[in-house]
Design a protein around this ligand. Sequence first.
Ligand code: F6R
Length: 625
Amino acid sequence: MCGIVGYLGFSQAAPVLLSSLRCLEYRGYDSAGVAVIENGQLAVLKATGKLSNLEVLLAEQKPQSTIGIGHTRWATHGVPNNNNAHPHLDCTGTLAIVHNGIIENYQTLRSELTGRGHLFKSDTDTEVVAHLIEDQLKQTGDMLTSIRHAVSRLEGAYALGVVSQRFPETIYAVNHRYSLTVGLGDNESYLASDSVAVRQYTNRILRLEQSEIAEIGQGVVKLYSFDGIAVDRQPVVVDTSTGAFVIDKAGYKHFLLKEMHEQPTVMRQTLGKYLKHPNAPVDFSVGNASSIGSESCAVNLTAEDLSGVHRILVVACGTAYHAGLVGKYIIESLCGIPTEVEVASEMRGRDLLVNQHTLTIAVSQSGETADTLSAITEAASKGSLTLGITNRPDSHLCHITSNLIVTECGIEVSVAATKTFTAQCACFYLLALYIAERIGSVSPERLSQLKGELLAIPILQEQVLSRENEIKQKSLRHAGARDVVFVGRGVNYPIALEGALKLKELSYIHASGYAAGELKHGPIAVLDRDVPVISILVPGALYEKTLSNAQEARARNAQMIAVAVDGDDNAQKTFDTVLSIPPVDEFFSPLLTVIPLQLLSYFIADHLGRDVDQPRNLAKSVTVE
Ligand code: F6R
């Protein structure tokens, strides 16, 4: 939610800020703005809507400056308009603030500051920070002291960037339970909420830890705790050589389409990193091969640790939650350990029933989702073992989990998660095999067979993707649907949920996912000619029952669509449209069945003229609770 950037050096600031903001636009695209110091005066340029609007403004105004901060917004407090766009100013108009996060006590502070004569121009929580600093600056004349005083008044989680024309050679940054990275070049410094934006310029980076203030000069940075004590931490040199930061559509119409097509490669990379061949053990003790992070990832759960685990709890949001539901099925089948999956935001405000016999797994593509981070932090505080599954080895999640599995997806630009979903599912298969191997819940022969089948999945995914044109043509028959119901059973129930989420967020057509057996318990009432049912129908233990549920829907005149395997005559007879996939074992089928549903959502959304890479109202990294 919201992205902060900064630049200080000898080049023109505006193009650097713009390029950095481009890397962060996934965090919000309600408005964007910059504040630069031009001829000793603070100048602010803001535009509602996408970054391209700010780009036009900057091209017209051409601000001349070598220092500035910038922001891309996902609105929380106040509608998306120019007034509420960041940066926000103090009353003197000489100090500008950009902010990510929420100041929970802003209303109290705003009343207090208004009472002291401060004038507010926006509806945001952010603006109080500018006025708090202004007050202190008047008294002390010292920026660091003023910022320290301001943060001592703030409640909530936040990251800030601050510039003032009184201090034209310094950018100040604050991190409190968020992420901020400073990049250091030769006489140049960069600031960003996501290190990806910094790494396009330099490989020397310094992450702000929790409750730290940075005083950033040209190519130098000093760190302080909120108590004003200097912190001695040196920048680390990271690998920027492999081009993982290249944000390029590679000829595809959208990032989303490209990322769906990357799934077999990503699957090979993620599986190949931890499992070399069917007779090898799953090994999570390998360093991080990805260039997007510096930390190594490892799972160090011994047979003894695992035999003490009585329950597994998965916490996650959105698509990552659906991957967790697939994980539950896999872990319970292979390891026999009861596994629950909770929407992370529902873990707040209640007593978590976890202890040292629980393994809590947090799944988060970004590793920055506030709800997920809070849930795993609370579980850890109750003595639970912790494990993170993320695509970002440089994220906050990695710092707060004792065990870590990194999906090898590269950057996912499109706001809707696709390749990271299948990679998260792959990690659950690997983790279940790893646990089963250690606790002996599956015979060695069966383990080798399962590993062999898992390693063959990328080829099958390629076969599904090669049917893209056929899937497009069949999907567009249903682009006029008013509402869509997705159903699946067992391991494909989460895929029904994920299919419905993808369709909703990309096309804005309402959709719901249900366990197929639930259809008759209520949802069947919504079915008619304009409400198609999409069933996921894979041969296996649940096939007959899923087919019967489909018949119930057919009897209500609904248009019937199936994701079914090649050669399934029942599917051809029962359904109006069949999106076919190659034959696959039910156990591994989610890694394939989700792909036609991703493609269907994409093609319908594109056909309806939706902004598929940046759907309305969404942001990729949801850093507020
Ligand atoms: C949907 C989507 C979201 C995220 C959710 C969690 O396409 O992307 O539902 O899955 O916001 O995000 P992460 O995985 O970053 O914690």
